[in-house]
Structure formats: structure tokens, C-alpha cells
Design a protein around this ligand. Structure first.
Ligand code: ZN
Ligand code: ZN
Length: 422
């Protein structure tokens, strides 16, 4: 029986890899411009890290993790997101006692057992940044600006930045009580999940997508009205810095992150063109997380972007034009006997930084030319009887059909001219 890739995974074939590389390059370059450095953490971690770092009550931890016991009987989980691992690494290497803030970015596959749909996979890819050790609102603005600039640099013009503050544990507690008081009379109208959330995690009722819940919460009290002085000053400073950076945003009172270690700034990027589930990334402050994972009481902030969904949006906006890099030179030989001459030439070309390949199937000259056309080779170098006798090789420009004969000494020069003419 034929084996297929597991549901919710996909192959990135060479024809798509160029688009991935382009996106990843833009992300790396932007992050570097903002002073972020790459970190690579393991793809699997102890399950407990995500239980603590993502939160047991979240859908991710309660329903979507790939968790298994390894052969040593340890509970292992394929990372469902990047922040917990970064924090673990930051704490494990005691970087909190070095120069602060520490600014990291990461990129790679994440795993969630979710219902696959357009742009959503069980193995999916994220780019994210984390900044540890500073509570400056200007750092919030900087992180948000980086996220927006990446989306812009990808050529995606239609996006919305949503912004909110979820306060600190103190003012949020007060807000929580007000919210429960407000929602209580509507309890019966809420979906089953929200009825459960109502007392455990009422803020999460606000971001429930079920229409009856959206209806029930009409006129809900907003966090912005309950922020304590420190949180309000922080939020105002973030907004002022965003204005200086010329980043436009929508104040979104329903944007909440329901866990205690999330504090102050919360943000999300939406791509309306992608339809209902249009969030492509988001993040916020998590001043309680580093301590939650066993580190000192130290602030942090970060975001993550979903690469698959950004690729979809780029495709839709017509900016994803990258194609596979084609072969510079294909060496075609008239007789199998010329194999060693062909090998020498291929080796020589590769040393000179031209991508080069040759026939391996002992095909006819005609079949070799056809193959070279199919793989998109830009120049074919022909080794025929005449060429071997004269020591002059024929170079055929596959784009124009033009042919020239050159000796070995002029080969590099001529190839450079042909390849860079376009
Ligand atoms: Zn507060
Ligand atoms: Zn609901």
C-alpha cells in the first residue's frame, strides 16, 4: 500500500521552497535590523514545560499537543509554540544575569493536533521573537513595529493590527470580577465552553467566536476602563511610540490573553483577505512567565507569525514571484566516451561557482537537449566530435537559441556574459 504524508502535514517541494526561502530571508534580515539574534531550541521538550508555560486551561495544552512517553518513560511533547522553549533556554543558561534586554528570534516547525484547514496544518511553521528583561513600553512598540514591518516587507498590504492592554494581575483581578458580574445573567446564552470559562477564565469569553456568545457579550465592560495607573501609563506610552513609528492600529477590547502571566500589551495581526479565521500572528507581554518557568521575576514580550498563512496571503497579493534557481550550465555529450571530458568541465564550472550538471543516462544529444530544456538550464555546453577535435566548445543560450564557440580559456568570461545578460 502506498504511504502518504500524515494528515495535516505537507511536503514543501523544491518548486515552493524558493518562496519559503524568500519569506525566511526577509524575516531574518528584518529581525537582524532590529537587533534580534537567532536561537534554535529543540523540537521536543518535557511536557511540563508547556503545561506551565502555555497553560493547562488553554486549548493548545488541553486538546492539541502531540504528547508521548519516550522509551525512558518521560513525558515528551512536540513543541506547540516557541515562547515556552525560549524562556526555558533563557533561564537554563542564566542569561538573565547578563546584558539585558536579551532579544531573540526563532523560526521552525511547531505541532498541534488541530483540525486541518486552509493554511492550518498539524505541523506548521512559525517565526517569532522574544525580548527578555525590560518592561519598557518602547520595547513593546519596537516588537510590534518589527511584526508589522515584516508583514509589509512580505508585500502584504491589507492587514489590521489590533491592540489592547490586559493590565497586570492586580487590576485584572478587579476587571475579572466586573466581567463575571456582567456575564452571569447571560450564562445560559453562552456556549458550553464559555459556561465553563465564565468562572475559571472569563476574559476568554470575550474572544469566543461562537455567534451567540458574541451576541450575549454586547456592551461588556472593557479592560481599558479598569487599568491601574501604572498599566494605563504603560499603555499610553506604547500607543505614543507606535504613533512615532507610524504604525496604525485598531483598539480591540476583545483581544485578551486569558492567563495570569500575560500582562499589559496584547496585539494581533489580521489579514481580512484570508477570511474569517484571519489572524496570522500575535503576541504580547508576559511579565509573569519567566518566573512561572523557574526563572527570576523578570519581564518579557514577544510575538509569533504563522508562515503558512503569510505565504497564502503573499500568493493572494501576487507578490510571491520567487522560483527555483535554474541550473547555469548543462553539459551535453555526443558520445558516452566523452564522459571524462564532461566530468572535468563540470568540476571546473562548479569550482568557478556556476551551477552545473551533466547527463547520466547515456541519452542521445536530442534527448539531452530536451532534458536541459525541461529542467530550465540556461546554457548548454556541447561536447561533440568537432569540439573534441578543435578544443572549442559550443555554448548554447537556451533563452535566445544563440550559439557561440569558445576555447577553455574564454569559457568563464563568455558564460558570465551569457548568464548576466538577462
Ligand atoms: Zn495594572
Ligand atoms: Zn462561547
Amino acid at each position: 500500500m502506498q504511504i502518504k504524508a500524515p494528515r495535516g502535514t505537507c511536503d514543501i517541494l523544491p518548486s515552493d521552497a524558493a518562496k519559503w526561502n524568500a519569506v525566511e530571508t526577509i524575516m531574518r534580515e528584518k529581525a537582524a535590523l532590529f537587533g534580534f539574534h537567532e536561537v534554535r531550541t529543540p523540537i521536543f521538550e518535557h511536557t511540563e514545560l508547556f503545561q506551565r508555560g502555555v497553560g493547562e486551561t488553554t486549548d493548545i495544552v488541553s486538546k492539541e499537543m502531540y504528547t508521548f512517553d519516550d522509551r525512558g518513560g518521560r513525558s515528551i511533547t512536540l513543541r506547540p509554540e516557541g515562547t515556552a522553549s525560549c524562556v526555558r533556554s533563557f533561564v537554563e543558561h542564566s542569561l538573565f544575569s547578563g546584558a539585558l534586554p536579551v532579544k531573540w528570534f526563532y523560526m521552525g516547525p511547531m505541532f498541534r493536533y488541530d483540525r486541518p484547514q486552509a493554511g492550518r496544518f498539524r505541523q506548521f511553521h512559525q517565526f517569532g521573537v522574544e525580548a527578555f528583561g525590560s518592561n519598557s513600553p518602547y520595547l513593546d512598540a519596537e516588537v510590534i513595529t518589527l511584526m508589522v514591518e515584516i508583514v509589509q516587507a512580505l508585500g502584504i498590504e491589507t492587514y489590521e493590527l489590533h491592540l489592547n492592554s490586559v493590565g497586570c494581575p492586580t487590576c485584572r483581578q478587579h476587571y475579572r470580577e466586573k466581567l463575571i458580574e456582567f456575564l452571569k445573567p447571560m450564562e445560559k446564552q453562552l456556549c458550553k465552553d464559555c459556561q465553563e470559562r465564565l468562572y475559571k477564565n472569563p476574559l476568554r469569553v470575550l474572544d469566543c467566536k461562537v455567534p451567540t456568545c458574541q451576541e450575549a457579550i454586547q456592551g461588556f465592560p472593557v479592560m481599558a476602563d479598569y487599568l491601574c495607573d501604572a498599566c494605563r501609563i504603560h499603555y499610553t506610552a506604547v500607543q505614543e511610540a507606535l504613533a512615532i513609528n507610524q504604525i496604525r492600529y485598531i483598539q480591540d477590547h476583545q483581544l485578551v490573553r486569558g492567563l495570569d502571566y500575560y500582562t499589559n500589551t496584547a496585539f494581533e495581526i489580521l489579514l481580512p483577505d484570508l477570511g474569517a479565521q484571519s489572524a496570522v500572528g500575535g503576541g504580547g507581554r508576559y511579565n509573569g512567565l519567566i518566573q512561572e518557568i523557574g526563572g527570576p521575576n523578570m519581564p518579557g514580550i514577544g510575538f509569533a507569525l504563522g508562515i503558512e498563512r503569510l505565504l497564502l496571503a503573499r500568493e493572494a497579493s501576487g507578490t510571491a514571484m520567487e522560483t527555483e534557481k535554474s541550473l547555469d550550465v548543462f553539459v551535453a555529450l555526443q558520445r558516452a566516451d566523452y564522459r571524462s571530458i564532461a566530468l572535468e568541465i563540470v568540476n571546473e564550472l562548479r569550482k568557478k561557482q556556476f551551477s552545473a550538471d551533466k547527463d547520466y543516462q547515456d541519452r542521445s544529444m536530442k534527448a539531452q537537449m530536451k532534458y536541459a530544456g525541461k529542467i530550465g538550464a540556461r546554457v548548454v555546453l556541447i561536447i561533440g566530435d568537432e569540439e573534441v577535435v578543435s578544443g572549442q566548445f559550443t555554448l548554447r543560450n537556451m533563452g535566445t537559441g544563440e550559439q557561440v564557440r569558445v576555447g577553455k580559456n574564454e569559457m568563464v568570461q563568455t558564460l558570465n556574459e551569457m548568464l548576466h545578460a538577462r
